[in-house]
Ligand binder design. Structure first.
Ligand code: HEM
Length: 216
């Protein structure tokens, strides 16, 4: 079978960065669910023992935050909202039927929502997490503030877990996407179909139009 023509979407450091975030997310989410629901207490074993989970969970959270911050600075420009996104959002029923709508750039509206929801919930998780982090920081905060921080921490964790479930579902559901984050490449047909404006901009970078070919 003929191999598809490939385009690089992520470099090795970008992929390592992403999978570090993903591993930290799984560890923090699973141990966090273990702390929160008595029926899930057994999930704390993910770190060996519940005691270890209790100690390591906040450190893993900080590593995830810092690693995501690197992704944030790398991709925020590509995730800014634009006119095309309204069209995409209005036609979400077509997207759900595997049709494409609009002239999508590097990321579509759904991916942009995941991006901004992730940074917002991670900032809230970090701030509230510091306030409830015993024995290091919690002593500096009042009991009502710690109670508020516990609510903020739990709600933002649930939001992030739901958002990442959607993200993983989309990554597996859109055929040809997962290779982007595993091996770094996507096929030309994937790029043309799902991110046509991104594809054209890559082509233009490789073959810039000569002066006399440019428009007025
Ligand atoms: C746990 C399993 C995960 C899988 C299978 C997965 C899969 C993927 C794939 C395939 C892409 C490339 C999409 C594309 O370029 O079109 C991607 C991009 C991305 N992922 Fe994940 N991911 C996972 C976890 C996470 C987590 C936990 C976060 C953040 C908390 C995250 C944040 C991102 C971001 C920010 C991008 C770049 C897209 C953008 O900036 O809008 N991922 N992921």
């Amino acid at each position: 079978m003929k191999k598809p023509q490939r385009i690089q979407r992520y470099s090795a450091p970008e992929r390592i960065n992403h999978w570090l975030v993903a591993i930290c997310f799984v560890l923090a989410a699973v141990s966090g669910l273990g702390f929160f629901f008595p029926s899930f207490n057994w999930l704390m074993q993910i770190m060996g023992t519940p005691q270890l989970a209790r100690i390591l969970h906040p450190f893993i959270g900080v590593v995830m935050f810092v690693a995501f911050l690197l992704m944030f600075f790398r991709y925020w420009r590509h995730n800014l909202l634009e006119r095309n996104d309204i069209l995409w959002a209005k036609n979400i029923h077509k997207i759900a039927q595997n049709e494409e709508v609009g002239d999508t750039g590097r990321y579509n509206f759904g991916q942009k929502c995941v991006f901004w929801a992730a940074i917002l919930s991670l900032v809230l998780l970090l701030l509230s997490g510091v306030a409830i982090w015993r024995p290091w920081f919690a002593g500096y905060f009042s009991i009502p503030l710690i109670r508020l921080a516990l609510v903020v921490h739990s709600v933002s964790a649930v939001v992030l877990i739901v958002v990442i479930m959607v993200h993983v579902y989309a990554a597996l559901w859109v055929k040809g996407t997962i290779t982007a984050m595993v091996e770094g490449w996507v096929s030309v047909s994937w790029a043309k179909r799902h991110h046509p404006r991104w594809y054209r901009s890559l082509r233009e970078q490789q073959n810039p139009p000569r002066q006399h070919e440019k428009g007025p």
